[in-house]
Ligand binder design. Structure first.
Ligand SMILES: [Ca+2]
Ligand SMILES: [Ca+2]
Ligand SMILES: [Ca+2]
Length: 514
């Protein structure tokens, strides 16, 4: 970035970023201009793109651009490169206009652009006839119409960035393909111009508390030591009970009342963190702090708990920030997606607060958890925190081979764990790998030992349900060739004291607190 010179009543800030100093005939140049004309401002972003690369793939062509961040991939339809740019603006900004100008260059093609494959698991053999052939979608491939039909799309959302409330403007630009004419139009240069009105007054200025704890009155006094501790380390914390919330807030059901209480706490106190302290009541279907359940019209798993509901408080609608109720079609059914898409709630999804949950079912759990958190936050040190371990195996082995398709020698869980290990190492963690293929993960004792040694992070990639977790031996032929990492019956065997790791588990339903 450079520059910043003042003109009469008009400020001009220009920044230029040059990426890719080597190769290529055209340097991709990004430039960024911000202009202020009285009340309205204009942000202009432009980028010159590299020449596209066409690569032959059998009877098809693949098209790529160096600056592509992703591809538009709908099974059976052409694979199209996408250029994405994300802008942020202070909350309260009104977006007047988003104008995207794509200078397109026409390319005449000798072959068709390759169709998107359907998703497959890694170890399915790629030999012919094994992966179901993806048939090109004739409606698209026989048509002269552009695919996709528009050169760009944008979405405006409301969320947090570096603990500040912002508007996100996400712009996606596409190459456009006319299959029947064998022509593709690829952007050479894209100019995005966003005209906006900065907020007249700053929103979200309250600054009395940082964290809101929402719990049942039954747990409130037991949580007081946690509140005192958080206050002592500079996280100003306040508690509200669900009983208070239900009597003070309107809403169509209890989760919606809680959501309005969170909105209110953001606006009147400036909170950034929410702790939901409560789950089901014992082994019943009642709740201390309820879930919001999605409504997906599918035979299998037609709904699931999503605490993102309690984090996504705002959306952008008609130039204003509004309450995001997760019921955009207003029919009282929340987070809805019917099978053929005829009923669908469009949601913002950007979190506006950080939400966590301690899903207490019994009051005897509360003191233990509170003491552990306080001890952890007061005593954790790098002697054990900077250690981590990852656990994996052959997630998709021949034992799970319904159609005789699975290739040997590919241990998916370990491949994923390797990636996680690499990232942790980059951040200075020493990482132990417990893999079934290396004999370092053969039963629950390997996992117990790893936890007991102490680790800041643990990542497990495999198969699970709310009661167990594990993964297969390399190229396992039967369900019995499986290392059981833990079951709920082993939990008493763990004695890692106050060395509490952040645990990420890959496996169905392991975090199913409901
Ligand atoms: Ca709905
Ligand atoms: Ca949001
Ligand atoms: Ca495999």
């Amino acid at each position: 970035m450079f520059g910043g010179k003042k003109m009469k009543g008009k400020m001009l800030i220009i920044g230029i970023v040059v990426a890719g100093f080597l190769v290529s005939t055209i340097l991709p140049v990004e430039s960024f201009i911000q202009e202020n004309y009285g009340g309205n401002e204009i942000k202009t972003f432009s980028i010159s793109l590299s020449e596209p690369i066409f690569e032959e793939r059998g009877e098809y062509l693949n098209v790529n651009i160096k600056e592509t961040s992703s591809f538009l991939m709908e099974t059976g339809k052409p694979i199209i490169p996408v250029i994405t740019k994300v802008f942020t603006f202070p909350a309260g900004t009104e977006i007047m206009n988003v104008d995207v100008n794509c200078k397109l260059k026409e390319y005449k093609l000798q072959k068709k652009i390759e169709p998107s494959p359907s998703p497959v698991i890694l170890s399915v053999d790629e030999k012919e006839g094994v992966i179901p052939d993806v048939l090109p979608d004739e409606r698209v491939y026989n048509s002269e119409e552009f695919y996709p039909s528009t050169p760009y799309e944008y979405k405006i959302g409301v969320g947090l960035k570096d603990e500040k409330h912002v508007l996100y403007v996400n712009v996606k630009c596409y190459a456009q393909y006319s299959p029947a004419r064998d022509k593709i139009y690829i952007p050479e240069r894209i100019e995005m111009k966003i005209k906006y009105k900065p907020p007249e007054e700053l929103l979200f200025t309250a600054d009395e508390y940082d964290m809101l704890i929402i719990t049942d009155e039954k747990f409130a006094s037991q949580l007081q030591p946690l509140i005192d501790h958080k206050n002592s380390i500079g996280i100003r914390t306040v508690l509200e009970t669900t009983q208070e919330i239900y009597s003070n807030y309107n809403g169509r059901d209890e989760p919606e009342k809680i959501k309005y209480a969170i909105k209110d706490a953001i606006e009147k106190w400036g909170i950034t963190y929410v702790l939901l302290a409560g789950g089901r009541k014992g082994q019943t279907f009642d709740w201390y702090v309820p879930e919001r359940r999605s409504n997906n019209d599918a035979d299998f798993e037609s709904g699931y708990a999503s605490d993102l509901y309690y984090a996504d408080i705002y959306k952008y609608d008609g130039g204003k920030i509004k309450f995001e109720d997760w019921d955009s079609n207003g029919n009282g059914v929340f987070a809805e997606f019917s099978r053929w898409g005829e009923r669908k709630d469009v949601m913002d999804y950007y979190p506006d607060v950080y939400v966590g949950r301690l899903p207490f079912r019994y009051s005897w759990e509360v003191d233990i958890v509170v003491n552990k958190i306080i001890t952890y936050e007061n005593t954790a040190d790098d002697s054990w925190f900077k250690k981590a371990f990852v656990v994996g195996g052959d997630t998709s082995p021949p034992a799970r081979d319904e159609y005789g398709n699975i290739r040997r020698g590919i241990y998916e869980g370990e491949m994923v764990a390797d990636v996680v290990a690499e990232n942790l190492q980059k951040d200075g963690f020493s990482v132990d790998k417990l893999y079934t293929s290396q004999g370092t993960f053969s039963n629950y004792e390997d996992i117990v030992n790893a936890f007991d040694k102490g680790a800041g992070f643990a990542y497990l990639s495999g198969h699970g349900n709310p009661g167990v977790w594990g993964n297969f031996w390399p190229d396992a032929e039967t369900e019995e060739e499986f290392s059981l990492g833990f079951t709920v019956f082993d939990i008493w065997k763990y004695s890692n004291g106050a060395k509490l790791p952040v645990v990420v588990v890959g496996g169905c339903h392991n975090a199913q607190f409901n």
